[in-house]
Design a protein around this ligand. Sequence first.
Ligand SMILES: NC(=O)c1ccc[n+]([C@@H]2O[C@H](COP(=O)([O-])OP(=O)(O)OC[C@H]3O[C@@H](n4cnc5c(N)ncnc54)[C@H](OP(=O)(O)O)[C@@H]3O)[C@@H](O)[C@H]2O)c1
Length: 283
Amino acid sequence: MEFITLNNGVSIPRLGMGTWYLGEKLSVREEEIEALQRGIDCGMTLIDTAEMYGNGLSEQLVGQAVKGYRREDLFLVSKVLPQNAGESRIRRSLNHTLRMIRTDYLDLYLLHWRGSIPLAETVRCMEELVKEGKIRAWGVSNFDTDDMEELFQVSGGENCAVNQILYHLGSRGIEYSLKPWMDAHGVVLMAYCPLAQAGSLQRELLMHPVLNKIAGAHHITVIQLLLAFVLHKENVTAIPRSGNAAHVQANAEAMKVRLSEREWMEIDHAFPAPEYKCCLDIV
Ligand SMILES: NC(=O)c1ccc[n+]([C@@H]2O[C@H](COP(=O)([O-])OP(=O)(O)OC[C@H]3O[C@@H](n4cnc5c(N)ncnc54)[C@H](OP(=O)(O)O)[C@@H]3O)[C@@H](O)[C@H]2O)c1
């Protein structure tokens, strides 16, 4: 697995796994655990979850899946809801998350999206949690360029290590200003929905002749090509989600995909990055 070094020196895997909707159905629990364990065994040791997902059920599933692994070999990420990201509630939220995941620290804790609690208060809390050893790094999610600028005005805000945002080949708006801003300020991009939810966020992706031609030439699926696209960018870590072990393994293999400059140019031509500022896509 390749790693990126965060602004505080912590190493983060370039490819991990998402867990939205996982853990909610008892009937597929064993399959989902098998999928997460397959991913870890393939080197995708980063698992992203959130207190919101199934109201703790996804975190609980993660806890069950990682039980037999050494904690230091894993990179566990969770997200606090905006209404809980202040002095009065963040510890309760984090402690609940830690209990669900059966661990005593997180590698990364993210503010799920911006709410009404002042950024300065959330940053203060995050910094305290780092000092207490309960989290190794902190970040945000769904922050656009203006939110990041505001965050960096706040004392300690520049310690934000990651912004988790929607990024896939069919949604390249962030390449215009947000990603360059993050690159310049040392904030790593964690790409959510890197598979465009298996194409359901943009149907034309899976059918597109250029993507099918290039995927065919490399003996990979268009889904793997979508993942290779985000991984080809610098300063990006991606968290595709799957409850299916074979799919997870296919995702891990996307790390090895190497396209020629000409092929990347063809893809850019078919799905160009915008030349103007677009609103941040959110699901
Ligand atoms: N911060 C936020 O606001 C936010 C928002 C959305 C998501 N997220 C995080 O990002 C993660 C990823 O986003 P996402 O779950 O929305 O979408 P995604 O990862 O783009 O796509 C997930 C879908 O792709 C399918 N899939 C996965 N691998 C596949 C493969 N190799 N071949 C075919 N189908 C495949 C999955 O079905 P199978 O299970 O059948 O494989 C699932 O339907 C989430 O799980 C969550 O952790 C964060």
